[in-house]
Structures are given as C-alpha cells and as structure tokens.
Design a protein around this ligand. Structure first.
Ligand code: FAD
Length: 517
C-alpha cells in the first residue's frame, strides 16, 4: 500500500494536490509538502475553467470563505477581441447551447440569422450579462438560473469525478493568495509543510525515488512522490530523465510577460470575464480581480523580443502600468511522454502545459489529481494503473491542444508575419479530417476530439462561428423544417437576457458585499 506521500512544490499545483488528497484520505494517508522559500512560483494562473467549482465544493469551501481571501471574482466567459478583425469581439461563455427540434441553436442561427445580432448574443444569455458587468448571482447567493445549477453558495461534498457537469461560471483569483489560503487550510487539517529546498533526490537500485534530501530538514522518505516543481520538473525530468514532448510545432507561443496592475473597482466596475485580445505577435490576457488586474502578453519568440513584448503590453495597459514590475516567463509547451513514472507523478506545469489561452492550466491540475485518486497505486504498483493514468493525462492535454490550434486556424487575421504563419502551420494528427467535416457541418459530440479534455462540442461551435473560418453552412436538414420552435427560443433568450440584466446586481456590488463579509 501507499502509506505516505511527499509533494515537492508549493505553487497552485502543490497545494491543490495536498488539500485534495487530505480531503480524500484524511489522516490515513500522511501528506508532506516541501516548498522552497527561495525558488519563486510561476506567479500567474489566475483565470479558471468552470469545473474548478468541483474542487472547492469537494474541500467543503464556500465562496464567502475563500473568495475574499484570494481577491476572487466571477468569470462567465472569455471575451475574444480582434481575433477576427480590428474592433470585433465575441464571447465564449460557460453555457451549453439550447436545442430546438433536435438541432442546436447554433445550427438554427446559421439558417435564421437576420444579421441583427452576433451568434453568441443570439444563442446565449451570458454575453448580455458580460456586457452589462453583472454578477451571476443575486444578493442572497442564489444563482441566476436554477435550471443551470442546483445551488447557491453552499458547498456540497461532490463526488470526485463529475466530468459531465458544467457550471455557468468559473473564477478569477490571485494565484499567490490562493496557494497561501490552501496552505493554511491544508496545514490546519494535517498536511505537514516543510519550508526548505530539495537539494538531492535519492533513488533505489530500481531507479525508484526513495527520498528527497532537503537543505535543513535532512532526508524525507515516502512511498509516492508528487512532482509539483513547475517547469523545472525536478523529479520527473531532471531525476528520472522522462523526455518532454514539445507541442511547439503546432502551438508556437513560448513566452509571456505579465504585469499586476492596481485598479479602482468601485469606480470602474468589474468585468465578469477574461479578455483575450489578439495582438501582432500573440495575444494579451486581462483578468479582473477584486482590486487589481492581472494582465500579460503571450507571444512567440520567433516573432517578437521580450523588450518589444513588454513595451507593447505597457502601451496596451496605459499609464497604470507605470510602476508595475514585469514578470518575464519562458513557457515549456507540451507534455511529458509519461507523467507517472515509477513512484513519481508529475502534476501541474511539471506535467504539461499548452499556453494560457482558454485558461486550462488549473483544470489540468484538477484533472491530474482526480485521475491519480482514480488510478491510485495498489500494493503491487500494478503497471496498468500508471498506464491508464498516463493515457488519460496525455489525451486531456492533446484534446486541449487541438482546441487551441483551432483558435489560430479559424482566425481570419493575416495582417502580420505571426498571423500569416498560422495559415501553413501543421495540424495535430486527426485534426485536418475533423476540420473538413466541420466545414460541411458544425461540430457535435460525435465529430470533436473523442476523449475527455474538458471542452464540449458547443465550444467548438462558438469558436468557429466567432472566428469565421471555415465559413459554416446551415445544416441541410433545416431546409426541410419550419423553424417555429427555434424562433420562439431565440425570442425567449433575448427577453430572458434583458430581464437578467435588469434584475441581477453588478459583479462589483455583489463582490463588495461578499468581501465585506
Ligand atoms: P509553480 O508555480 O512554478 O510552482 C513550483 C513550486 O516548486 C514552487 O513552490 C517552488 O518553490 C517549488 N520548487 C521548485 N524547485 C524546488 C526545490 N528544489 N525545492 C523545493 N521546492 C521547489 N492556468 C490557468 O488555469 N489559468 C490561467 O489563466 C493561466 N495563465 C497562465 C499564464 C502563463 C504565462 C503561464 C506560464 C501559466 C498559466 N497558467 C494558467 C498555468 C498556471 O500558472 C499553473 O498551472 C499553476 O500556476 C501551477 O503551477 P505549478 O504549481 O505547477 O508551478
């Protein structure tokens, strides 16, 4: 049996893993987390994916307990700006498409579009809430639409594996504060925290890790070691020598520069979405937290130097960026050939990463932890468990890779060398065939990447219709249908969105109350 776990690394990955394992196994599985006081965390990673709600529910944490401590805010969507043309935007919301007469409203929009409203405005309610900077909840904590989710701000001990449940929102939070919050939470519940540097990793004669040697606390032994050391991959790559397989042939962005910018939320209000603004050599994220904005330029070093990127980001942000210190980051894009090797499992950036578009880094962490519990090693360390884990992690990363490649492939921009180069870039295996099918018919569950990777077919519809390529055609079958039900639903959606904008508090008003306790 695995009777003890050591986690190396105290960033978001390390503390999410420690608290999750503690919540699952309690004191039957002692967890020690070793983190360096000197090696910084990556310092970014502040927008999430909607499944993150399961994580907080699983720990039993209500929003009023953790959000104020982490400058938390709501995220209903990603707003894509200038990906299609200068001045254009659309939202990718956390909202499934409704269905009329067996076809999604995306299909119906293609047939019935009167040119009056964008696809996302016509088919969803969340874009209207985004434009009006609304909170997804009423002041009493009830969610705007009960049919979308069954609760307000009450944590529920969820079952661990809820891949089919979608929430209509995710969160933004300050990454450093979240790690600090989870560290306090975890240590209060029994996680042992060691503040020290790992200076050596010891292996037995089979090559399995037997212990880690710290500068001041000597050697720490365990049965299972979890590598959460970020892009360094101290255990999985540096010690065990597992090869890293780059995705850069299909996703070329390999650098980022980030700023933390103060903002007066009372005066300016708070957008309930992450913005991804396309720029000459990549794109800029804007993440509104309670009290500041996290922003950064993700770019390819083939087309832009760090100095140019920083200058462009500062110009984009304006005078408020004057005193903000720039954090330049080299990104390792791709995945380990295996994330579980012998008795070591890599979770977080040490396992794999695909660039921050669509905010999936923390989702990968959560998926990695859930899969680890699902494939938890037995007394014999059955190799099939590790194999199953590695397959699931690889597929998840590769599915997201394909979805992100679609963003560049479907964008109609070709106004700079960076955007021109997207046209001839190689596609991941199998994607060309799927793209051809999507030219003939909008994606559905049967025609997207076939393994779980968090995104459902509606997200593919949104990106294709939002970005404009390939030009989607109305479904031929709809030519034989009358469309009354779809028209009724479009009208109802419009009216529903207007009513919600009227009734819901602004995100600032809601959070100001939450933060005030
Ligand atoms: P890190 O934060 O790098 O932590 C590594 C830890 O290892 C640190 O505690 C360090 O002290 C410790 N360590 C290292 N060496 C030693 C040693 N020898 N001894 C002891 N301790 C050691 N994800 C999202 O979900 N949403 C986003 O919006 C998003 N944006 C991103 C933007 C960028 C530019 C990048 C690069 C990533 C982004 N991510 C995002 C990913 C997200 O930041 C990470 O998934 C998340 O922060 C987890 O990082 P980590 O804990 O794996 O690594």
């Amino acid at each position: 049996m695995v009777n003890s776990v050591v986690i190396v690394g105290g960033g978001t990955a390390g503390w999410m893993t420690a608290t999750y394992l503690q919540a699952t196994f309690g004191d039957r599985l002692p967890v020690t987390l070793v983190e360096s006081a000197d090696v910084p965390t990556v310092g970014v990673g502040e927008a999430t994916f909607s499944t993150v709600r399961h994580f907080f529910d699983y720990l039993g944490l209500a929003e009023h307990e953790w959000m104020p401590a982490c400058n938390g805010s709501y995220k209903l969507a990603i707003r894509f700006e200038n990906w299609r043309g200068q001045g254009e935007h659309f939202y990718h919301p956390f909202e499934r498409l409704r269905v009329a007469d067996g076809f999604s409203l995306a299909d119906w929009w293609l047939k019935l579009d009167d040119g009056e409203r964008r696809f996302d405005e016509a088919c969803y309610v969340l874009p209207a809430l985004c434009e009006a900077k609304r909170s997804p909840k009423q002041f009493d904590g009830e969610l705007f639409e009960r049919s979308l989710h069954d609760g307000g701000d009450r944590p529920r001990r969820t079952t661990m594996f809820q891949q089919d449940t979608q929430f209509p929102y995710a969160y933004h939070f300050d990454a450093a504060r979240l790690a600090g919050f989870l560290a306090d939470f975890g240590t209060r519940r029994g996680v042992r925290r060691v503040l020290d540097d790992v200076v050596e990793v010891r292996q037995d004669e089979r090559g399995w890790i037997s212990g880690i040697v710290t500068r001041e606390h000597g050697e720490i032994e365990a049965d299972l070691f979890i590598d959460c050391t970020g892009f360094r991959g101290l255990l999985i790559n540096k010690t065990l020598g597992e090869p890293f397989e780059s995705f850069q042939d299909v996703l070329p962005n390999d650098r980022a520069v980030a700023l933390r910018v103060p903002v007066d939320v009372e005066r300016e209000g708070m957008a309930p979405y992450t913005t991804a603004s396309a720029r000459d050599c990549g794109w800029i994220w804007t993440i509104p937290l309670f009290g500041r904005i996290g922003t950064g330029y993700v770019y390819s070093s083939q087309f832009c130097s760090p100095e140019e990127a920083e200058a462009e980001l500062r110009a984009f942000v304006g005078p408020r960026a004057k005193d903000a210190e720039a954090n330049h980051i080299r990104m390792r894009i791709g995945r380990n050939r295996r994330s579980w090797v012998n008795n070591c499992v890599a979770i977080g950036l040490s396992s794999g990463f695909v660039e921050p578009l669509e905010s999936t880094g923390i989702f990968f962490i959560q998926h990695g932890i859930e899969q680890l519990v699902r494939h938890f090693p037995d007394a014999d360390w059955d190799a099939n468990l590790a194999r199953g884990y590695n397959e699931s992690v690889a597929r998840c990363l590769e599915g997201v890779r394909e979805f992100l490649v679609l963003h560049y492939k479907a964008s109609t921009r070709n106004d700079t060398p960076y955007w021109k180069a997207t046209e001839d870039r190689r596609l991941p295996d199998g994607m060309a065939e799927r793209l051809r099918l999507w030219e003939a018919r909008l994606p559905d569950a049967s025609s997207v990447y076939p393994y779980y990777h968090g995104f459902e077919s509606y997200s593919y519809d949104v990106m294709l219709l939002g970005l404009g390529r390939p030009p989607a055609r109305p479904h031929a079958a709809l030519g034989l249908l009358e469309g009354g039900e779809a028209r009724r639903q479009f009208a109802e959606l419009r009216e529903h969105a207007a009513r919600l904008v009227e009734e819901l508090p602004s995100q600032y008003e809601y959070l100001a109350r939450l933060h005030a306790g």
